[in-house]
Ligand binder design. Structure first.
Ligand code: S3P
Length: 171
C-alpha cells in the first residue's frame, strides 16, 4: 500500500476533479481541489479572477494553495490540481514532498468534447479552442511527463480511470 498522498495533474478536461473525488472515496481519504480552494479564498470563480486580476495573480494564488496542500499528512489525501500547476517548477517540488504525482492524459479532441460547455476555463475562451488545446498541450506535455505515473483517460469513464490508478498503485 502506497502511504503517500495522491496528486492528480493533467490538462483541463482530463477528469482530475471527478476522478479525484471517486478515488478518495474508494481509498477512504479526504479530497482536496486546488482550484476550488482558490475560488473559496477569493470568493470568486476562476474566470472572474483571471478577468479582474490576470493570470499572473492567479498563478501566485495557486502556488500559495499548493504550498499549503503539500503539508497535509501523508496517506490521508487525494489532491486534484489545476491544469497549469506544472508551469511553475516550485509547485511540483512542493507536491512531491508527500505525494505520488499521477498525470491524467487525453487527446485534444476528447478534451475539447469534455470542456466545450464550460465557461469557467478562461484559457479556452478563444475562437479556435481545439487549436489552443493543441498548442498548450504541446507546450505542457514535457511538464506532465514529470509525473511519477501517467494514465490515458481517452474513451474510458472516471470510475474506470480510478480502477487503472488503483491497479498502478498496487492497492
Ligand atoms: C488552467 C486550468 C484550470 C484552472 C485555470 C487554469 C490551466 O483548471 O486552474 O483555469 O492553465 O490549464 P482545470 O485543469 O481543473 O480546468
Amino acid at each position: 500500500m502506497n502511504i503517500k498522498n495522491i496528486i492528480l495533474i493533467g490538462f483541463m478536461g482530463t477528469g482530475k476533479t471527478k476522478v479525484g473525488k471517486l478515488l478518495a472515496k474508494r481509498l477512504g481519504r479526504k479530497f482536496y481541489d486546488s482550484d476550488k480552494l482558490i475560488e473559496e479564498r477569493e470568493g470568486k470563480k476562476i474566470s472572474l479572477i483571471f478577468q479582474e486580476k490576470g493570470e499572473a495573480y492567479f498563478r501566485w494564488l495557486e502556488t500559495q494553495v499548493i504550498a499549503e496542500l503539500s503539508s497535509i499528512p501523508e496517506g490521508t489525501a487525494v489532491i486534484a490540481t489545476g491544469g497549469g500547476v506544472v508551469l511553475n517548477e516550485t509547485n511540483l517540488g512542493y507536491l512531491r514532498q508527500h505525494g505520488v504525482i499521477i498525470a491524467l492524459m487525453a487527446s485534444p479532441e476528447e478534451i475539447l468534447q469534455r470542456v466545450s460547455a464550460d465557461k469557467n476555463r478562461p484559457l479556452l475562451q478563444v475562437d479556435d479552442p481545439l487549436g489552443e488545446i493543441k498548442r498548450l498541450l504541446a507546450e505542457r506535455s514535457p511538464l506532465y511527463a514529470k509525473a511519477d505515473l501517467s494514465v490515458d483517460t481517452d474513451r474510458i469513464t472516471p470510475p474506470e480511470v480510478v480502477d487503472k490508478i488503483i491497479t498502478l498503485l498496487g492497492h
